[in-house]
Design a protein around this ligand. Structure first.
Ligand SMILES: *[C@@H]1O[C@H](CO)[C@@H](O)[C@H](O)[C@H]1NC(C)=O
Ligand SMILES: *[C@@H]1O[C@H](CO)[C@@H](O)[C@H](O)[C@H]1NC(C)=O
Ligand SMILES: *[C@@H]1O[C@H](CO)[C@@H](O)[C@H](O)[C@H]1NC(C)=O
Ligand SMILES: *[C@@H]1O[C@H](CO)[C@@H](O)[C@H](O)[C@H]1NC(C)=O
Ligand SMILES: *[C@@H]1O[C@H](CO)[C@@H](O)[C@H](O)[C@H]1NC(C)=O
Ligand SMILES: *[C@@H]1O[C@H](CO)[C@@H](O)[C@H](O)[C@H]1NC(C)=O
Length: 810
């Protein structure tokens, strides 16, 4: 079926291309474009964009703008639609420009009915006007004196083109599914507080998921105090919004065609067109873990994320998929349970959480108390989880099961209420979306049946699965390239939607290429972690940091590749991005993005960081490490966390570097947690190394704590703190011992904080925040590794703690 569809589709577009030879440059007042004539397409002067009636389903058309150049298989990329929610039928419908300079789309059943009308921004008396498609992809109605009466850029659908601003009262609305172009449930808009946000906006629920709503906006680099509300992508791939949201495409620079699309899955992605292969490459995306997109799997379902294959939805025991074809509808219970039925079991689901939708948070509850509370309230499940920072369990009774996810690293457990009579299975069933059976769009409006050309109908039906085919096409192309090994530039990482993650992506470099890039390894910018780092300029002009590993070449290339591709697959805003590698004869090199502001160590030395930046670095580094420890497919320990390995980009956002190498450099060691030789740096190393205890993620947490202390005190942990004993004897104390000593000495008061504070730090720090950070640092540097929090707890403590304190009167 797919192959057949593929063929007929190609044929269809071949025909379409053949017919559309007499392109109309513009449409003048009083004339119209008909749905029935395939020639009725407006093409921009540069040929890049086309506008006309576009098939969206069986006998259903929308007036749309698309990129003229099709994907390899002939599918098109639509960038705008006039009537996405009310398609017209394939006969008699047309788009016309009235004498009053209104553009209308009419559908003819018996009498023509107006489906859509332009909302003209400028009203002028009886000018002559023309509808043109500009080179930018903007469809404009202009007078002969070039006065714009209406433009499509003013009413975006799900896509912004370069130069098209998103402003107050405007929003992007996602499509409903890959094949259904009508308005979906995700929006990108300026919120009432002037911050640009991604929101889930369902009739029954609405919530914000980007920027992270559990974290203060300013910690994420946003401001509420610019009310101009304008955001625009330029053609070099740079996006800037008045709330200070900014990003660059990974292939930053003029050249490729780009679009910023709020995809049907709720992720905002920037795409660049790879012209030769005719594929759209994702060069930036808002959410790296699609399970974090609210509503990803629909109510009552559980999302589990695998960086390799993307999000998967599943139903908890006792629930089944509501609509076999669409996870948006989530799961439904296979049982009936009234609120006063106490004849229930609580089924334990480990590592599962449903975010939000609880009654009060009940602190210091026993399991029995929590279960009783759930029985007596009409709750569907409860979450029972230990919080080391409180020292007791918290109980959350859920009245709705939404935003469910399962991470193996998540320490909480969910207890699901099921009737006693119901047989259950503890495993969460992993349903996969049956992609071979994507439904074609069903129209809400009914049409008078008109007899049409049968084979054309099949073609149109096929065309409606365009989105799917587009995906398949991209997949096939990549797969083919990957398989044949023709071009290692084609990355093998796929996002959930099957797109390729970055443009230039992860690739193999030749030694000669890297030698040229670094001009013979001339400019050294760092050392350590098993090699020397050089600055270089890649053939595509990107500046890179190139690390030459001192590996003995005993390691096979396959093994090296397996490790490196694992590292290359880790994708987090607080981890340095690896662009590629080189494995040639004895040479082993890694190519990373270059960070403008060097390392945290450099910056601490020059005292160039204010408190806000330091806090941002503390939180960002913790997030990066938490991702490494807990969210990756493979557990990655860093083993050498120190300021030299925390790099800062142009805006001083931190990215952890040198991760994953501990494994790479310790190939010989037996499996598991024992490392053959001590890794790490004096002053930052956890006691486990010295006492030969098992090495776990807690070694990184210790080192992280030391880094926090170094940022606050300005003292170098490698040399310790000079102290003078009561007997006048001088020696050097470990940094953490010194800080803890000061704290104990102050016996409950808090002025010891001033004693340990870096005198060069200035008065710009919030006292509450500072105390919180020191408290976290002290917990992280506990000698007993079991006493240290996990990295995600650190993030929670920093973010949550700061938020809580903010609300208290000073
Ligand atoms: C047309 O513009 C008016 C005034 O700006 C606005 O209230 C209305 O919602 C717009 N209608 C559409 C369909 O955009
Ligand atoms: C209108 O714009 C076109 C193309 O930009 C230009 O060639 C023409 O001179 C303009 N006409 C007027 C009256 O400004
Ligand atoms: C507000 O944002 C706009 C657009 O990004 C910018 O031009 C302007 O300078 C900003 N205003 C302030 C006060 O930062
Ligand atoms: C927690 O509960 C136990 C038993 O109910 C009680 O003894 C203890 O004081 C409580 N702890 C706190 C911090 O409230
Ligand atoms: C649980 O699932 C397993 C494997 O799918 C099956 O063999 C078993 O019968 C199930 N148990 C119940 C109680 O449904
Ligand atoms: C997917 O759908 C097709 C067509 O309905 C069916 O033949 C196939 O068995 C389904 N696959 C799965 C895994 O359910």
């Amino acid at each position: 079926m797919a192959a057949e569809c593929f063929k007929s589709l190609a044929l269809f577009f071949f025909l379409l291309l053949g017919l559309a030879s007499s392109d109309v440059p513009y449409l003048s007042q009083g004339s119209s474009l008909s749905v029935e004539n395939p020639d009725d397409v407006l093409v921009s002067a540069n040929g890049m964009f086309s506008a006309g009636f576009y098939p969206v389903g069986q006998n259903a058309y929308c007036f749309a703008i698309w990129f003229t150049k099709p994907c390899q298989d002939g599918s098109r990329t639509v960038v705008w639609m006039a009537n996405r929610d009310t398609p017209v039928n394939g006969r008699i419908s047309k788009l016309s420009i009235l004498k009053t300079n209104k553009i209308i789309i009419t559908d003819a059943d018996e009498d023509p009915i107006t489906i859509w009308m332009s909302n003209n921004t400028v009203k002028v008396k009886h000018p002559r006007s023309q509808l043109k498609l500009l080179d930018s992809g903007n469809l404009v109605l202009q007078t002969t004196t070039n006065l714009t009466l209406w433009q499509s850029f003013d009413s975006p659908t799900d896509t912004l083109l370069p130069g098209q601003p998103l402003t107050r009262h405007k929003q992007l609305v996602s499509a409903r599914s890959r094949t259904d172009y009508s308005s979906g449930k995700y929006k990108l808009l300026f919120d009432n507080d002037n911050v640009l946000r991604l929101v889930l906006d369902n009739p029954e629920t609405s919530s914000i998921y980007w920027p992270d709503s559990t974290m203060l906006d300013y910690l994420q680099g946003r401001t509420r105090y610019n009310d101009s509300r304008i955001a625009v992508l330029d053609s070099s791939g740079y996006f800037l919004s008045s709330d200070k949201t900014e990003f660059r495409s990974s292939d930053f620079g003029f050249g490729p065609l780009r679009r910023l699309t709020l995809d049907f899955d709720g992720n905002l992605r920037l795409y660049s067109l790879e012209e030769q292969q005719g594929v759209w490459l994702v060069t930036w995306q808002a959410m790296s873990n699609s399970c974090r997109i609210h509503g990803a799997c629909g109510p009552n379902s559980i999302c589990s994320y695998d960086p390799g294959s993307g999000p998967k939805c599943g139903c908890p025991p006792g629930f089944k998929m509501k609509n076999q074809r669409d996870w948006n509808d989530g799961c439904e219970p296979e049982f009936e349970l009234s609120c006063d039925n106490h004849d229930v079991n609580f089924v334990q689901l480990r590592h599962v959480n449903f975010f939000g939708y609880h009654y009060d948070i009940l602190r210091n509850y026993t399991f029995q108390e929590c279960a009783r509370d759930c029985l007596n309230s009409c709750c569907k499940a409860f979450q029972y989880r230990y919080f080391p920072e409180d020292g007791f369990y918290r109980c959350y009774s859920k009245w709705e099961l939404r935003n469910g996810h399962r991470y193996n690293s998540y320490v909480g457990t969910l207890y699901l209420k099921l009737p006693k009579s119901f047989p259950y299975n503890e495993t969460v069933e992993d349903f996969r979306l049956n992609c071979s059976d994507v439904q074609t769009k069903q129209l809400e409006r009914s049409y008078v049946k008109k007899t049409g050309n049968g084979s054309l109908k099949i073609l149109i039906l096929c065309a409606s699965t365009l989105g799917l085919v587009e995906m398949i096409c991209i997949f096939l192309v990549l797969f083919f390239l990957y398989k044949t090994g023709k071009s290692p530039d084609a990355l093998s990482i796929m996002t959930p939607s099957g797109y390729h993650v970055t443009a230039t992506g992860f690739r193999r470099f030749t030694y000669a290429e890297l030698k040229t890039a670094t001009r013979g390894f001339r400019e050294e910018i760092g050392r350590g972690g098993g090699g020397v780092v050089y600055k270089g300029v890649l053939p595509d002009q990107r500046i890179a940091a190139i690390k030459r590993l001192n590996l003995e070449a005993h390691q096979g290339e396959d093994e090296f590749l397996a490790e490196v591709s694992t590292i290359g697959r880790l994708n987090h805003m607080n981890l340095i991005e690896m662009w590629g590698y080189c494995a040639e004869r004895k040479h082993r090199l890694l190519v990373y993005e270059y960070m403008e502001n060097g390392s945290l160590a450099d910056n601490l030395m020059t005292n160039s960081l204010d408190w806000k930046k330091k806090l941002d670095i503390a939180v960002g580094t913790a997030k990066g490490l938490a991702y490494l420890h807990e969210e990756c497919l493979e557990w990655v320990l860093h083993c050498d966390v120190k300021p030299h390995n925390i790099l800062l980009d142009a805006t001083y956002h931190p990215k952890v570097s040198d991760f994953g190498l501990s494994k790479l450099l310790n190939r010989d060691s037996p499996k598991g947690s024992s490392f053959s030789k001590i890794r790490g740096t004096r002053g930052y190393m956890a006691p486990e190394w010295v006492y030969n205890l098992p090495i776990t993620a807690k070694v990184d947490i210790y080192s992280y704590g030391i880094v926090l202390l170094e940022m606050i005190t300005g003292k170098n942990p490698s040399v310790g703190v000079p102290v003078v004993g009561t007997d006048g004897e001088k020696w050097r104390q470990r940094l953490e011992t010194w800080v803890k000593g000061k704290k104990i000495g102050a016996s409950g008061t808090s002025w010891w904080v001033d004693e340990v504070l870096d005198p060069g730090m200035g008065d710009d720090c919030e006292r509450n925040e500072l105390e919180k950070v020191i408290e976290v640092a002290i917990k992280c540097t506990e000698a007993d590794r079991h006493q240290r929090p996990s990295m995600s707890q650190v993030v929670q403590m920093l973010v949550g703690g700061i938020k809580k304190n903010k609300n208290q009167p000073i």
